[in-house]
Design a protein around this ligand. Structure first.
Ligand SMILES: *[C@@H]1O[C@H](CO)[C@@H](O)[C@H](O)[C@H]1NC(C)=O
Ligand SMILES: *[C@@H]1O[C@H](CO)[C@@H](O)[C@H](O)[C@H]1NC(C)=O
Ligand SMILES: *[C@@H]1O[C@H](CO)[C@@H](O)[C@H](O)[C@H]1NC(C)=O
Ligand SMILES: *[C@@H]1O[C@H](CO)[C@@H](O)[C@H](O)[C@H]1NC(C)=O
Length: 599
């Protein structure tokens, strides 16, 4: 879509250079301020932790987040100071309401938990030759001659990265994905990758099925490419922008909009949400007032942000999602579980394996490992029965809209109401009046790169949740990630914080409301998409999402692992076979197998 507004052109063509300059200066100023701030924060934290047990009327998430923080700090940080690692705020982060002290602490903790090792500082620009090359890199299964493998054991692979000249890499930070699978059995599970920070990595897999199991290791991005992604995220959150149409009578104008616009350039319209403080701005139209905004739409992308040395770090088929080969065998045969229950020694310490798999595929069917029994809803009548008397509210991006569309396509009794909404945008609503089912979808608030959202329909999830009465017949499903990829993680943390508060208020006034979060998933990456929406960004957002809702009464559909473990190529909108599994998971949460918990 080519916007015709001259303002848009002026912005995208001339803005990049002095934009960078300005932000760099701002960052420098900020980093001095932040040193002082951190100093204060450390004292504040100590004070807070001393007093945490005496504060009684805090809501539970604050307390649980603080307890988590407290135990973390006691186990590993004290007496050191709070993490100062690379939290280089841009001006964008500081727009909107100032976070409270607990919020700041939580943010530090979250940012620290997703710290990613980078290449060591260098004096000259990086050249492709010195970066990780999947073709020269190798992995080796750690198997002893004659060793038998049983279900319940753990398989390890050691990956050694090399550069394009075949020299071993000496530092970490490469973004690798690991999967153990068996095409014949329709089986697959995500592996956990550990970065040894010396150019080698361990990939660890649980053995969950009998039969063959084959290791697949993929380099998504070299550590050098990740460093570029991080720089773009911190310095150029404006590289993806939106636009709005303003109209009154016969006059109409289009201007550029974003979470933050460079200050002191042109007059702006401030659409900051009054209840959450979520910021949103558009340049003011020349002739029209800010109250004549009609819609919100995908604007465009700022181009040419990479240097000539950086561009080669993003090449399809060379260093974006390329498999790494095995130096020897890449598969084993797994026998049934050991009868004697004997433990087998492992070279990877158990505490190093944090992310237990949330499930695995067997015969192409997802088997969750979180204690929930997966039910198959293969007939539409089973879905109807499960959803009878329920209102299902879906909020978020197109990846949850896919669920709405799947249910609509699969359950003939659900009739799509024509709300005259824009195609693929919504809001949408479907009903089955016989079974008293109401299914709704609405997109999340900005930033969102949808074709055209009517301005009045641009709502934040937290505000929507505040408008629900809730209860055991209410299901809330939300997904929010893809459109946040280009922005600093702080922006996402702030959004989730608002949603989490609204979720807690909802659960408080209407216990029994079922809340399901669909996480981020992997997507197809080319050089262009990588720069704005790389899986590396999604991975980081996903970890924040999991941490922020951990321990709350919400259910997670782990779309990340469900797309990683599957043999289908990654796609931002996963294919039907995966969606079917996700919907079965959703329905298994809403209608669990045990009768007593079924309300
Ligand atoms: C923050 O960013 C600026 C500009 O990119 C850089 O010079 C500075 O070293 C960064 N600070 C930290 C702590 O990474
Ligand atoms: C890298 O670190 C791992 C874990 O500490 C170690 O096992 C391995 O031998 C190291 N590799 C090299 C090449 O030093
Ligand atoms: C935009 O409006 C919000 C809420 O009224 C306010 O807090 C914020 O400071 C405003 N932003 C600017 C740049 O004036
Ligand atoms: C992504 O961003 C880059 C530069 O940041 C731009 O050149 C590219 O066209 C964008 N495209 C997409 C599809 O994300």
């Amino acid at each position: 879509m080519m916007p015709s507004s001259p303002q848009w052109k002026a912005y995208s063509e001339t803005e990049p250079d002095h934009g960078t300059q300005k932000k760099v200066t701002m960052c420098r100023k900020l980093s001095k301020v932040s040193v002082i701030f951190l100093f204060l924060a450390v004292f504040g934290l100590i004070f807070l932790l001393r007093n945490v047990s005496s504060v009684e009327n805090w809501n539970c998430h604050t307390v649980s987040a603080l307890n988590q923080l407290k135990s973390r700090i006691q186990s590993s940080f004290i007496p050191v100071n709070l993490p100062t690692s690379n939290h280089n705020n841009t001006f964008c982060v500081h727009l909107g309401q100032k976070p409270s002290r607990e919020d700041e602490l939580e943010e530090h903790y979250l940012l620290d938990s997703i710290t990613w090792p980078g290449p060591p500082p260098r004096s000259s620009p990086i050249v492709l030759d010195q970066t990780s090359d999947p073709v020269h890199s190798l992995f080796t299964l750690l198997i002893k001659e004659g060793r038998e493998w049983h279900v319940g054991d753990q398989l390890e692979a050691l990956v050694q990265m090399h550069d394009f000249q075949g020299r071993p890499k000496l530092y970490g930070g490469d973004f690798l994905l690991a999967r153990l699978h068996s095409p014949e059995l329709g089986a697959g599970v995500a592996g956990k990758v550990l970065d040894h920070r010396n150019g080698s990595y361990s990939a660890v897999f649980p053995l969950l099925w009998v039969g063959s199991a084959q290791v697949e290791i993929t380099l998504v991005h070299s550590s050098e490419a990740v460093a570029v992604l991080r720089r773009l995220r911190e310095e150029r959150p404006d590289r993806v922008f939106a636009k709005s149409l303003f109209r009154s009578g016969s006059l109409s104008e289009t201007t550029v909009c974003n979470m933050c616009l460079p200050p002191d350039q042109k007059p702006q319209c401030n659409y900051t949400d009054l209840s959450t403080g979520e910021p949103w701005y558009c340049y003011k139209p020349k002739e029209l007032g800010c109250d004549t905004r009609i819609n919100h739409a995908k604007g465009g992308y700022v181009k040419h942000l990479l240097t000539s040395k950086e561009a080669p770090l993003f090449q399809s088929g060379v260093n974006i999602k390329v498999h790494i080969h095995a130096s020897g065998p890449d598969r084993i045969n797994v026998l049934p579980p050991r009868k004697d229950g004997a433990e087998v020694e492992s070279s990877v310490k158990p505490e190093a394996i944090q992310l237990a798999p949330s499930g695995y595929y067997y015969k192409d069917s997802w088997r969750p490992l979180n204690g929930v029994t997966m039910r198959q809803f293969s007939k539409s009548s089973a879905i109807t029965q499960c959803l009878e008397n329920k209102v299902i509210n879906m909020y978020g991006d197109s990846t949850v809209r896919q669920w709405f569309e799947h249910l609509l396509a699969f359950v003939p009794e659900l009739k799509d109401l024509n709300l005259h909404s824009p195609k693929h945008v919504g809001p949408f609503m479907a009903v089955d009046s016989t079974h008293n089912i109401l299914l709704k979808y609405r997109c999340h608030g900005p930033p969102i790169q949808f074709s055209t959202v009517i301005a009045s329909e641009l709502q934040y999830i937290s505000n929507e949740l505040d408008g629900l009465s809730g209860g055991p017949n209410t299901v809330v499903v939300f997904t929010i990630w893809a459109h946040f990829c280009p922005f600093p993680v702080e922006v996402y943390i702030r959004r989730l914080r608002h949603i989490r508060r609204a979720v807690l208020r909802l659960l408080d006034r209407a216990p029994g409301t079922i809340i399901v979060i669909r996480s981020a998933n992997l997507r197809a990456l080319d050089p262009e998409v990588s720069l704005n929406y790389s899986d590396w960004y999604s991975l980081q957002l996903n970890e924040v999402l999991r941490a922020m809702f951990k321990g709350l009464n919400v259910l997670l559909v782990d779309a990340w692992q469900m797309t990683l473990a599957h043999h289908f190529p990654h796609n931002v909108h996963p294919p039907q076979a995966i969606i079917k599994n996700m919907i079965d998971m959703l329905l298994s949460y809403i209608c669990p197998e045990t009768k007593k918990s079924h309300q």
